[in-house]
Design a protein. Structure first.
Length: 534
């Protein structure tokens, strides 16, 4: 039986998950909502959305993620970035968690990750909370109901928020734990209700499994031209760079908004849904995403709402600035039905440079693309956090360091080689400041950014003249139709050009200092384009 309430031993005993109460397999959205309501896990909102608070944890706990150090992975993991756990500690953790789960009801979703079925993995999610089961039905991909009779999980995620880990006993950092055992094909999550741990644990898994298959796993959004999947574009970018806004182009088809793979056949979305930030979301700027916040079964996470009308407050960040909504891709009208695309024709690396140094767009060579991919630069601005009085650089390698189990150059080499082999053009796009640093200059005009991006995607920059940037060595267009020429030369936008030179050198030094640890692991062509004379 693949759907309904069953004896847990009939499906889970092979994974040594025994002694549970009722187990509810592959329930659909309406039933999961009923369960969640009956169990007082949240409230029903406008349009049938589910309103939930995740309590203490309103974001991921990256320092509580551990990888089990088994013989087959010990030489492959980037241990400087991933906390290790012993096999013995993991086994004790598993036994204690299963004992804690004894006699309680659980929900199972049999899903898969990866829209390219030749490269996908069957992932079984066992969750304590009904709404977590609903969430992951949105975020991963669903087999046809007829496929469930033959479904065999390749990896299993057990999520039990009520379980509290013991650091001394379980070899972890705190009572919250995300423990990944690649050898046993098992992921354990405890001590946090934040639903994003479910999806990001699967993303981390794929980032480990796919590179040996020659597949580049990427933390990015992607779209393609209408009726032309070959014309695919990829958008890398950290929070605040405009990745969601700029990739959500109504004149293009959305492949996905967060996690993708690049194989020998092209691009494919890992997921079946979206997990979008909702802070300051409005119907005018992002109508499609805004509309999902009143669609049936959308999960609304950590948003303030009117207790009587259930009207959402998109500006109130008193619970968290990381408020989100989770919904299936089908809720976006221009979403791809297949979630597949061709080899990227253009790769966009978005950055928000609050130092006012970088140009609004620059063309990168494959080696430069690897350099900026490994750097993963953006910046925090003054006032965004207590104690921040001037722009602070933020470097997150591969634009997603918390999800990278392997060393960063593994992903960087894959990206560089694929760019070179398939002839992709790579662009660095700065959505940050011009005419001065934050507090002195102005934010890059969104109209100019869109015009430059459109020109890059439709080939409008192929015939223009470029100059070599003196600080970073990449190619910058001198003139582009519809864009003020002065914007393309950031030094000229500053009132004091010596002040620009000083700020530019400061940023160059930051890049060089951040990149120094990667130098022993990269090829000579990347060393040759490294910033700051590394």
């Amino acid at each position: 039986m693949t759907f309904g309430r069953v004896n847990p031993n009939s499906r889970l005993e092979g994974q040594k998950i025994t002694g549970l109460g009722n187990v509810y397999y592959n329930y659909l959205e309406s039933d999961l909502l009923e369960f969640a309501m009956d169990r007082h896990e949240g409230k029903l909102g406008i349009g049938g959305v589910f309103l939930v608070s995740t309590g203490k944890f309103t974001g991921r706990s990256p320092e509580d993620k551990h990888i089990v150090k088994t013989a087959d992975v010990k030489d492959a993991i980037w241990w400087e970035n991933n906390a290790e756990m012993s096999q013995t500690a993991f086994d004790i953790l598993f036994e204690d968690m299963i004992s804690h789960m004894g006699g309680k009801d659980y929900f199972v979703q049999d899903l898969y990750a990866g829209s390219d079925r030749e490269l996908s993995f069957n992932i079984r999610l066992v969750t304590e909370l009904a709404w977590h089961s609903l969430f992951i039905r949105h975020l991963l991909r669903r087999p046809e109901r007829s496929e469930l009779d033959q479904y065999v999980p390749e990896y299993t995620v057990i999520n039990c928020p009520s379980f509290q880990a013991d650091p001394d006993r379980h070899g972890c950092r705190s009572s919250t734990v995300i423990a990944m055992n690649f050898e046993k094909k098992l992921i354990l999550i405890g001590g946090t209700e934040y639903a994003g741990e479910n999806k990001k644990s699967v993303f981390t898994l794929l980032n480990y499994l796919l590179p040996p298959k020659g597949v580049m796993a990427m933390h990015c959004s992607a779209n393609h031209a209408v009726d032309n999947p070959v014309d695919t574009a990829v958008f890398f970018g950290l929070s605040g760079t405009g990745k969601t806004t700029l990739s959500a182009d109504p004149d293009r088809i959305l492949i996905g908004d967060d996690e993708h793979g690049w194989s020998d056949r092209g691009m494919f979305n890992f997921e079946g849904g979206c997990y979008a930030k909702t802070i300051n979301l409005n119907a005018e700027a992002e109508p499609e995403i805004f509309a999902t916040t009143s669609k049936f079964a959308t999960v609304i996470e950590n948003m303030v709402f009117d207790p009587e009308t259930k009207e959402l407050d998109f500006k109130d960040d008193s619970l968290t600035a990381n408020m989100r909504c989770a919904y299936p891709m089908s809720y976006i009208s221009n979403a791809s039905k297949t979630a597949l695309g061709g080899h990227p024709k253009n790769i966009i690396m978005l950055t928000c440079d609050a130092f006012g140094v970088l140009p609004p767009i620059a063309r990168l060579s494959p080696a430069q693309a690897m350099y900026h991919f490994l750097s993963g630069f953006t910046s925090k601005v003054a006032g965004t956090e207590r104690g921040v009085t001037e722009p602070e650089p933020t470097f997150s390698t591969c634009f997603g360091a918390p999800f990278m189990p392997r060393r960063p150059e593994v992903y960087g080499n894959l990206l560089r080689d694929k760019i070179a082999h398939h002839g992709a053009t790579c662009w660095l796009v700065n959505t940050g400041w011009t005419g001065g640093a934050y507090g002195q200059g102005n934010r890059m005009p969104i109209k100019a950014t869109r015009a430059l991006l459109t020109a890059a995607l439709n080939g409008g920059l192929s015939g223009v003249e470029f100059r070599k940037d003196e600080n970073f060595g990449f190619q910058v267009p001198i003139t582009v139709a519809g864009v003020d020429d002065s914007l393309l030369d950031p030094r000229a936008t500053w009132k004091g050009q010596e002040a620009y030179d000083e700020q530019a050198q400061k940023l160059v030094n930051m890049f060089a200092e951040n990149f120094a640890p990667y130098v022993p692991y990269i090829d000579e062509d990347v060393k040759a384009v490294s910033i700051g004379g590394v």
